[in-house]
Design a protein around this ligand. Structure first.
Ligand SMILES: *Cc1c(COP(=O)(O)O)cnc(C)c1O
Length: 393
């Protein structure tokens, strides 16, 4: 994380941190040289949409961290997921089997962008491997898509088992590993074919950059990922690449602290008698978290449901927070809280949310690097205040 991708030699020496190459184009000494570059006989830069040293430093870092053959960066996590799907040999009539717990915009991408081109999406609960196996055999999908850690119930995916199911029909297995990062899990080691990240979250980590990246296990996916970059054109900006590369250097430090904070909060909140349930991977009993996540870490997100499981109670609690930030994002250095029913899962009917286990009172907490006593004190005073409110009512 600290060194990968850095110190590529320049005519001026070895820069310790990769400079921002803000140039959109590259020129040549002669037309003969240009011809060699355009033909591919001489490796050099042409145009920033085709490749840029600042962006390539980030790509190389994340490729090394995920243990893949190639990485390509994009303007956002959604652009990266779009590219991963473009690299999955989808044609009209082909199926994608996607986790029913997917990030909301990922459903919309499948249904609203790929749907009109004839790509069909089947949603399945990826925790039920028997049903997944059966649906995969039945539909012969080109791709399976799921997340390492689901939102907002934080179920950890048995990547190895799902990879085996995907490969039994020659489908690509795409893993959105945004919630886990390569520090907590390396999906390629478990058989994933394409790993996608919203770099906007933990990789950048400082709430100041938007980006995405795809890492492929197989170099054969490089042309499709590069084509998505060149022709769909959603490339990562050099400025964002610089910010995210800087963020990446402290990923382990941040996550060690964030995961320790999250575990402390999860235990403390679970002990409160006004809390009905705390969702945190450590508390699941299926053994998957211990297999997939770097132990003893269990991620830096938790979700809580108070006994008074209503939208009003959740909002009163959230409104009373003084330190934690109300924002529908995650992975930042500061603690953020979001109300799933009215943010990420707003478009679903209440009945559908209930079927997914997302109740009106559920609040997701993305734990930051603050002093954990400060975070806990803020959450506790807000819970007490919200409780007082509902008693008065
Ligand atoms: C945020 C997020 C995305 C989308 O990323 P953007 O950078 O916002 O485009 C995709 N998947 C997951 C799991 C996310 O949290």
């Amino acid at each position: 994380m600290v060194h990968a991708g850095e110190r590529k030699p320049l005519p001026t020496g070895l820069p310790n941190a990769t400079p921002i190459f803000a140039n959109s184009t590259f020129g040549y000494e002669s037309m003969e040289q240009a011809d060699l570059v355009f033909s591919g006989d001489l490796k050099d830069y042409i145009y920033t949409r085709y490749g840029n040293p600042t962006v390539e430093a980030f790509q190389e870092a994340i490729r090394v961290l995920e243990g893949g053959a190639v990485a390509r960066a994009y303007a956002s996590g959604m652009a990266a997921l779009h590219a991963a799907l473009l690299a999955s040999d989808l044609t009209s009539g082909s199926y994608v089997i996607a986790s029913r717990d997917l990030y909301g915009a990922s459903f919309d991408l499948l249904y609203n962008i790929f749907g009109p081109f004839g790509v069909k999406t089947q949603l399945v609960d990826f925790a039920d491997l028997d049903v997944l196996r059966q649906k995969t055999a039945e539909l012969n999908p080109r791709a399976l898509l799921a997340e390492t850690i689901s939102n907002p119930l934080l179920k950890v995916l048995d990547i190895e088992a799902v990879a085996e199911i995907a490969h039994s029909v020659g489908a690509k297995f795409i893993v959105d590993s945004t919630f886990a990062t390569p520090y907590l899990s390396r999906p390629i080691e478990f058989g994933a074919d394409l790993v996608v990240h919203s770099a906007t979250k933990y990789l950048g980590g400082n709430a100041d950059a938007t980006g995405g990246v795809v890492v492929a296990r197989d170099i054969a996916d490089e042309p499709a990922l590069t084509t998505a970059m060149k022709l769909a054109g959603g490339i990562l900006s050099v400025w964002e690449a610089h910010s995210i590369s800087r963020g990446l250097k402290t990923l382990a430090l941040r996550l060690d602290k964030q995961c320790a904070n999250a575990e402390f909060l999860a235990d403390a909140l679970r002990a409160r008698d006004d809390i009905e349930r705390v969702y945190y991977p450590k508390f699941s009993t299926d053994g998957v978290a211990a297999k997939v996540l770097r132990q003893p870490l269990n991620g830096a997100l938790l979700s809580i449901v108070s006994k008074d499981n209503t939208r009003e109670a959740a909002w009163s609690f959230m409104n009373a927070l003084k330190l934690c930030v109300r924002a529908t994002t995650l992975g930042d250095v500061f603690t953020t809280v979001s109300h799933s029913a009215t943010s990420s899962h707003r478009e679903l009917t209440e009945k559908r949310r209930e079927a997914l286990g997302i109740s009106e009172g559920l609040v997701r907490i993305s734990v930051g690097i603050e002093n954990v006593a400060d975070i806990l004190a803020d959450i506790e005073q807000a819970l007490d205040k919200a409780k007082g409110k509902s008693k008065n009512a």
